[in-house]
Ligand binder design. Structure first.
Ligand code: HMG
Ligand code: MG
Length: 304
């Protein structure tokens, strides 16, 4: 448990993709810069998807170009197909993420194709990325439940994770897209995937809709998973996952880990300032418990 945990910051992508308030390219760049300054060295900064589907992620090319001067960090972007890959590469992407779903219902709603068709779309992306020396991360959505198809069998998750791994993804991020999972189910799912793939190459991407994400992460850490996706302020959600709220909040994860003696290298004061800054842009306080608690404490102590 005391090994280093790697946090992949989702705020600028998963976080902002579902927000109604438009956020300028300049503010998105500043958000990424502040996250890196707080110690988050891997940040998903945008998505090369249809701007008709996700207008919030339009101009992800400008965001990626705008953060290219930032040293010591790795920037990820989503690509659903070759068109997205072309645009991501033109903007300088060195790491891209493809995303598939363990359920047909969500695949259809999110990317307008079946799971098998999505794999066909990814094949040329993975082949070109290999030739270009670009790393590809693979997501599996709906690993603990689907808003359309209901319960998902761990084997369906493991089978898809293996497909993505065999195509050449270096890491498989397992998404509880609608945040319905509970710890024993999360453990069962992670054991099923871990029986097929190296646990070191798995990541947990848990949305916190039902407040279970930290408990589920702890269960996964007990299984040896060491990569956690999280979003500053608990921002986010997927427009195609009805009712789902944001990712587990980065500050909640950092507080839990540091309390367990796991060094994260993340500066909580800077992270909180960043979370508050973005909450200000969106016009509402952060939803995360740790941000609320620390902000209230500061107020009591007379800080800003
Ligand atoms: P489609 O309609 O099947 O694609 O959409 P198409 O090839 O028929 O093209 C339709 C239109 O989209 C065309 O434009 C294309 O040019 C354009 P039009 O002729 O109508 O003007 N298009 C694109 N534009 C920009 N970039 C592209 C691109 N591809 C086609 N790459 C598509 C398929 C995937 C594009 C579409 O359904 C889409 O963009 N969906 C959005 C999916 C998305 O971003 N979802 C949220 C992120 S996933 C998520 O949040 C889950 C995750 O966090 C993990 C978890 O929590 O589980 C990762
Ligand atoms: Mg997500």
């Amino acid at each position: 448990m005391s090994d280093q945990i790697h946090i992949v910051e989702m705020g600028p992508r998963d976080g902002l993709q579902n927000e109604k308030t438009p956020v300028s390219v300049e503010a998105r760049i500043a958000f990424v810069e502040a996250l890196v300054a707080a110690g988050l060295n891997t940040v998903e900064v945008g998505a090369f998807v249809s701007p008709k589907a996700i207008p919030q992620m339009a101009s992800s090319d400008a965001v990626l170009r705008g953060v290219s001067h930032v040293k010591g960090a790795e920037f990820h972007v989503l690509v659903p197909n070759e068109k997205g890959y072309d645009a991501a590469r033109a903007a300088g992407a060195k790491v891209v993420s493809v995303f598939a779903a363990a359920s047909e219902g969500f695949s259809r709603a999110n990317i307008n194709c079946s799971v098998a068709e999505s794999i066909e779309r990814f094949k040329p992306v993975l082949a070109r990325a290999k030739a270009d020396g670009v790393k590809v991360r693979g997501y599996v959505s709906c690993v603990l439940g689907c808003p359309f198809d209901g319960e998902i069998k761990p084997k369906a998750v493991a089978d898809l994770a293996v497909r993505l791994w065999d195509l050449g993804c270096y890491e498989i991020s397992l998404g509880d897209t609608i945040g319905v999972g509970t710890p024993l189910k999360a453990r069962e799912m992670l054991r099923a995937v871990g029986a097929e793939l190296p646990v070191a190459n798995l990541a947990m991407h848990f949305h916190d809709t039902y407040g279970q994400a930290l408990a589920n992460l702890y269960a996964g850490m007990e299984e040896g998973v060491r990569v956690i996706d999280a979003a500053a302020g608990g921002l986010g959600g997927c427009p195609y996952a009805p009712g789902a709220t944001g990712n587990v909040a980065t500050e909640d994860v950092v507080y839990m880990l540091e309390g367990m003696g796991v060094k994260t290298g993340i500066d909580m004061d800077r992270l909180l300032a960043t979370t508050n800054e973005v909450a200000g842009l969106l016009g509402r306080p952060p939803v995360s418990r740790v941000a609320s608690a620390l902000n209230a404490k500061r107020k009591r102590l007379g800080g800003s």
